[in-house]
Ligand binder design. Structure first.
Ligand SMILES: C[S@@+](CC[C@H](N)C(=O)[O-])C[C@H]1O[C@@H](n2cnc3c(N)ncnc32)[C@H](O)[C@@H]1O
Length: 265
């Protein structure tokens, strides 16, 4: 595809993703129940349990911060310390940002970035509700982060990078904003086999984190190409497909949930 066409397609994808998540933020439900995408059925709490959050983590976040939108628990692998400065790419309603905020304490700070104003409003309201003085949510795109060079200790992200039409730019930006010695710790979906053709073309499946997914090896290569070292998959698990229609079950079986770690030297 030529430059202009690619840019137009990328902008179209972002518009669709933004509209999808604006709807989710407005309804305050996981996307499957809002009908805007196709995550497995169940309450946000159930989804979170299945994908690796403890009961304590699930009850620690303010009400409405967990909409069951993740596909893993990046905070669990991030080994955060008191005083760390953490950046959450695509922070949504703020669930992981709030968990990270408790770990880094008052001397640390968490910045969430999200491009959907409705999600941002929800995250900011949740921060107020939970009286989180060490969390800040910024409007912005993860391909062009509103964050200073070399200012972040740990980047986390949960089920977001698959949604980006320019994943190479996301990892380049992540590299730019991390301090030397900083770590990227993300949960995401990766393709393990070809998606059914109808799903590949489906807007719902794109917003639902399926159609934008790429193979794990290609994902790791993009991270390494941005300059990261020690790029590895920390764990991999099947995507929960309980409660999906047969068509979407087939799509769910074509992706896996991966947790990836990488170091900025
Ligand atoms: C599947 S939700 C995950 C939200 C959050 N990480 C969680 O686990 O609850 C995806 C989020 O990423 C945001 N997003 C998607 N693409 C983005 C981009 N290119 N730049 C910034 N935010 C993006 C959406 O607005 C949405 O809030």
């Amino acid at each position: 595809m030529k430059g202009n066409k690619m840019e137009k397609k990328a902008n179209e994808i972002k518009k669709i993703v933004k509209e999808g998540y604006a709807k989710v933020a407005g309804q305050g439900t996981s996307c499957c129940s809002s009908g805007s995408c196709c995550r497995s059925a169940g309450s946000p709490q159930n989804i979170s349990k299945i994908i690796g959050y403890s009961e304590a983590e699930i009850s620690a976040a303010p009400d409405g911060a967990n909409l069951g939108l993740g596909c893993g628990n990046p905070v669990a692998i991030a080994s955060l310390k008191e005083g760390d400065i953490v950046l959450d790419l695509g922070s949504g309603p703020g669930f992981d940002a709030f968990l990270a905020a408790r770990r880094v304490g008052r001397t640390g700070r968490v910045i969430g970035v999200d491009m959907t104003p409705e999600m941002l409003a929800r995250a900011r309201a949740n921060a107020q509700k939970g009286d989180f003085g060490n969390v800040e949510f910024r409007l912005g795109e993860i391909e062009n982060l509103p964050v200073k060079d070399g200012s972040i200790d740990v980047i986390i992200s949960n089920c977001v990078i698959n949604l980006s039409p320019d994943k190479a730019a996301v990892f380049k930006e992540a590299f730019r904003v991390l301090k030397p010695g900083g770590r990227l710790m993300v949960s995401d979906l990766a393709l393990v086999s070809e998606l059914p053709a109808a799903v590949k073309e489906s807007i719902e499946a794109y917003v639902g984190c399926l159609a934008g997914a790429i193979e794990a090896d290609a994902y790791l290569e993009l991270i390494a190409a941005a300059g990261f070292q020690e790029v590895s998959i920390v764990s991999r698990s099947a995507y929960p497909t309980d409660g999906l229609s047969d068509e979407l079950k087939a799509a769910g079986n074509a992706v896996a949930s991966i947790k990836v770690s990488a170091l900025k030297p």
